[in-house]
Design a protein around this ligand. Sequence first.
Ligand code: BG6
Length: 463
Amino acid sequence: MTKTELKSDAFVFLGASGDLAYKQIFPALQSMVRHGNLNIPVIGVAKSGWNLDQLKARARDSCEKHGGIDEQALAKLLSLLQYIDGDYGDEETFSQLREKLGKAERPLYYLAIPPNLFSTVADGLAKAKCLHGARVVVEKPFGRDLASAQELNRTLHQYFEEEAIFRIDHYLGKEPVNNLIYFRFANPVVDGVWSNKYIDSVQITMAEQFDVSDRGKLYDEEGAIRDVVQNHMFQLLSCIAMECPASKSHKSISDERVQVAESICTLTAKDVVRGQFDGYHEQKGVAKDSTVETWAALRFHIDNDRWNGVPFYVRAGKCMPVTITEVMVRFKPTMQPVLDEAEVGTDGYYRFRLSPHEEIAQGLKIKQPGEAMIGSTGELVIHEKPRDEMPPYERLLGDAIKGDSTMFSREDSVEAAWRVLDPILGDVTPVHKYAKGTWGPAEVDDKIKPNDGWHNPVLDESD
Ligand code: BG6
């Protein structure tokens, strides 16, 4: 067995009293126990003045609010749980950790803490001799821009080999995202039309109906581009546009993701429109004069033979009319002599809904009754939920414990994404107001407008 295939024998999460642990980690751990995939010590570390009983109460509450409690699984999880209350700058915190790790030789550290603490924590772990055989999981966004991401990579590499660093982006653990890759490469009929010869444009919409109220302070330091475009949207873009990997290995898949990410043209101000919903300044933790965007529309171009000339539009934002993530791949108009001219401009598409439930649909044209050779577009829904899927955090934590990094971001892919976005971060473009419950600021159409207009996804009865 190689080093990377050895399972971790302790799970330590730093930031145990925080938002991420509450919303994602405890429910994922409970689910892992339920599926028989977790039977190692789970050590929470935080500086909150808590004791173990308080952490257990938090774990129970977290599971109750996020998916529900499975009494048997939760009881087992609580029996695995240990807690250290301490400051990350204090050596005592790490000597306690060394003690609690006991005979564990391959701990997995989950850094659910702000990136500016990574170096302090890694240093503390190193001094207390807690790093031998260790792996580390770090959350997105990885850095704030290209320079800070490179700096963070350098910092982590002082303590961990690249193969021991797991940069998490939960979109990569989503079943529908993996289906984007599968669907294309498993169906020659789809792969055959997957290029600028047939495709007119691609739109990716990540609309969220809710605001930022429970995480205003954190969000206000990032904004939509850093929060979801640099990571989740980039992953989707890479999955849609990449060439077929030579194998299922982490290296092959990452190589292709990076290859395409490196072919994406660096953005300029004309490719970006930023928006901020009315009332954002009143959200808890948000600066009164904040110019951070809660919505963004961006136009990407990929400079390679397959995609030259095809715009990729991305829109992501808060306080939009619905919560839905969808990819729309529109085909170029066909003009065959046998069709009436009115047909031009109304062609087919593939539509991939990623959430709230997965759906893949193909828009095809059929003739309308009558003498004219004119049709209308009907939808063939190829795949629908409900399916029994493993939630992304459960899957990714399980993979990290196993040492399988296929669904994690490699150093070069993170840096490639920042390289594209770097020139437009911050206040390079103005931020326009938009009313809550709308699709964003009207100004977008003056600057960025897809040929056939924006695709605004709608929920259907099954959602
Ligand atoms: C997170 C972002 O990474 O992803 C949030 O920080 C966003 O702002 C969330 O709401 C969306 O994730 P999902 O899985 O619900 O689409």
